[in-house]
Design a protein around this ligand. Structure first.
Ligand SMILES: *Cc1c(COP(=O)(O)O)cnc(C)c1O
Length: 292
């Protein structure tokens, strides 16, 4: 730390300077925003001895939390959406190898996972635990992500990230001094703006006005991809030698290139794009859309 800053040389960007903040290099098993979001939650997890959290069967957050439990010496319980499928997929196999206990909630119960009844039932089964919300996004996560802008030792105008729960965007925005934060939603639907505001209110007691959410580049929704996105990823690997995480990072960069081509950034604008995760983790089966 701090993670490297790498300027991208790419004629397609014209007069826009694009710099990657390589948070994917922080740790092979605890990379990117997942480390940033867990960091300040670790003391509470250690004090309680057990951390319980929620996620889908291919969740990067589940995988990272299992790593943190092993490295920092606390028990982890992963509450997984849906039914158990055996054999376990690579993410859940890894989590179990790290010592995580897995349990499953059917989709209807999962939607109510933070209700007092569901949490009380989990406490009956597993004892006391520190509860970390889905995706690891809470006030401490916002604080961890707010530390990124101070690691950038040159003038920039925009910091960009991909958004799932919005915790990373809420934090990046909180760490800015005059610049703007731009989040690219990988989920359909406009709920993310309210979610980022809620997280900032919880973490900072106020909502900053220096961020926006773009939801044009979700490619059909979370865990969806298109042939256009696949082409972008292959081309990016050829040009820059970097395998992009397709669920999040590739969609953000595709969006940044598209906005640049459209003239959305003035000449001379410097954009820092946070590489929040690693393409090395890709194991999710591709769900291609017919069009695009
Ligand atoms: C989890 C994740 C995100 C989404 O972060 P949020 O804070 O939930 O918005 C983005 N990129 C990668 C690589 C991730 O693993």
């Amino acid at each position: 730390m701090p993670s490297p800053l790498v300027r991208l040389h790419d004629a397609r960007l014209g007069d826009v300077r694009l710099v990657l903040k390589r948070d994917d290099l922080i740790h092979p098993d605890l990379p990117g925003n997942k480390w940033r979001k867990l960091k300040h939650n670790i003391p509470a997890a250690q004090a309680m001895g057990t951390l319980l959290t929620f996620g889908g069967a291919y969740s990067n957050h589940i995988r990272a939390t299992a790593t943190a439990g092993r490295l920092y010496g606390f028990r982890t319980i992963g509450v997984i959406r849906g039914e158990e499928h055996l054999p376990l997929n690579p993410v859940l196999t890894y989590a179990v190898e790290q010592g995580m206990t897995l349990t499953y909630l059917d989709r209807e119960t999962y939607r109510r996972k933070t209700s007092p009844e569901v949490v009380a039932d989990l406490r009956n089964r597993f004892g006391e635990f520190f509860l970390l919300p889905e995706g690891g996004s809470n006030a401490e996560a916002v604080r961890g992500c707010s530390e990124v802008p101070a690691e950038i030792d040159f003038d920039f105008d925009v910091i960009a990230c991909a958004c799932g729960t919005g915790g990373t965007l809420a934090g990046l925005s909180a760490g800015l001094k005059g610049q703007r934060a731009l989040g690219f939603s990988v989920l359909k639907g406009g709920f993310l703006t309210a979610e980022v505001a809620r997280l900032q209110q919880a973490a900072l007691g106020t909502v900053r006005r220096n961020w926006t959410v773009n939801d044009e580049f979700h490619f059909g929704g979370y865990a969806r991809r298109t042939t256009a996105l696949d082409g972008f990823i292959a081309d990016f690997r050829d040009r820059h030698g970097l395998a992009l995480d397709w669920v999040y990072v590739a969609k953000m960069l595709f969006g940044l290139y598209a906005l640049t081509a459209r003239g959305a950034f003035a000449a001379g604008t410097t954009v820092v794009a946070v590489v929040t995760g690693s393409g090395e983790w890709d194991s999710r089966p591709a769900a291609h859309n017919s069009q695009g």
